[in-house]
Design a protein around this ligand. Structure first.
Ligand SMILES: C[S@@+](CC[C@H](N)C(=O)[O-])C[C@H]1O[C@@H](n2cnc3c(N)ncnc32)[C@H](O)[C@@H]1O
Length: 211
């Protein structure tokens, strides 16, 4: 008998609790307009076609939006259900989907200093402290000379069955600086999703450039 119940386990801990809700979450995430969601950092998104990395891409909403701007987008998503849904939904866009995960991004060997933009939207809270330290170094190494990192930090109650940790700007900014990045902006906002707003979820958005 197979000792592992593959219907309930996933090798990437941060995806815990997502598979059972994948269909509903994809529908919910796709209702959000990427342009509205990222409006406050639009000026930091490269103006000319660039290599863009969307880590924890979920349904591929932002990956498709960035591809439509002419960027060469790599979408990293460790959960099969999200990746499959994203590939199907956004098949009209040339997105390079990867089954990979933080902190190591093992499929990116040789891609150092090659990305103009790295997006980490609603992902950082899935990593524990040790993973966050390693992930920041890895992500910073993937940024090109003019590269920008945009990430969001979730604050608020943790849904049942999900693996999330408290993340703060106070921890994240020094981590990024130690990895050679310079803070461009710090912004705070309420959640765009009605249900999360109701439960008091708020977000911090940080952007960094190479020093
Ligand atoms: C809240 S969703 C955000 C999805 C998408 N970025 C968005 O804004 O709609 C968090 C995503 O992070 C992914 N994730 C969890 N742990 C991860 C890890 N260690 N590395 C990369 N992605 C991870 C999940 O599978 C999920 O797609």
């Amino acid at each position: 008998m197979d000792p592992i119940d593959r219907s309930t386990t996933n090798h990437v801990a941060g995806t815990q609790g997502y598979a059972a809700l994948a269909e509903a979450l994809v529908a919910r995430w796709e209702q959000v307009s990427s342009a509205e969601h990222h409006q406050s950092v639009l000026h930091l998104i490269p103006k000319t076609p660039s290599r863009v990395l969307d880590i924890g891409a979920g349904s591929g909403r932002d990956a498709a939006w960035l591809a439509a701007m002419g960027h060469l987008v790599v979408a990293v998503e460790p959960l099969d259900a999200f990746r499959d849904a994203g590939m199907a939904r956004h098949r009209g866009h040339a997105i390079d989907w990867r089954n990979d995960s933080l902190p190591d991004l093992a499929t990116f060997a040789g891609d150092e200093a090659s990305f103009g933009l790295v997006m980490l939207t609603a992902v950082w809270m899935h990593l524990d402290a040790a993973e966050r330290s390693r992930a920041m170094v890895r992500v910073a190494a993937l940024l090109g000379a003019a590269g920008v990192l945009i990430l969001t930090l979730r604050h608020g109650p943790i849904p049942d069955g999900r693996r999330m940790f408290a993340v703060t700007a106070e921890e994240t900014v020094p981590l990024a600086q130690a990895a050679g990045l310079r803070l461009l902006t710090t912004q705070t906002s309420a959640s765009m999703q009605t249900e999360n707003r109701r439960t008091g979820v708020t977000w911090t958005r940080l952007a960094f450039a190479r020093e």
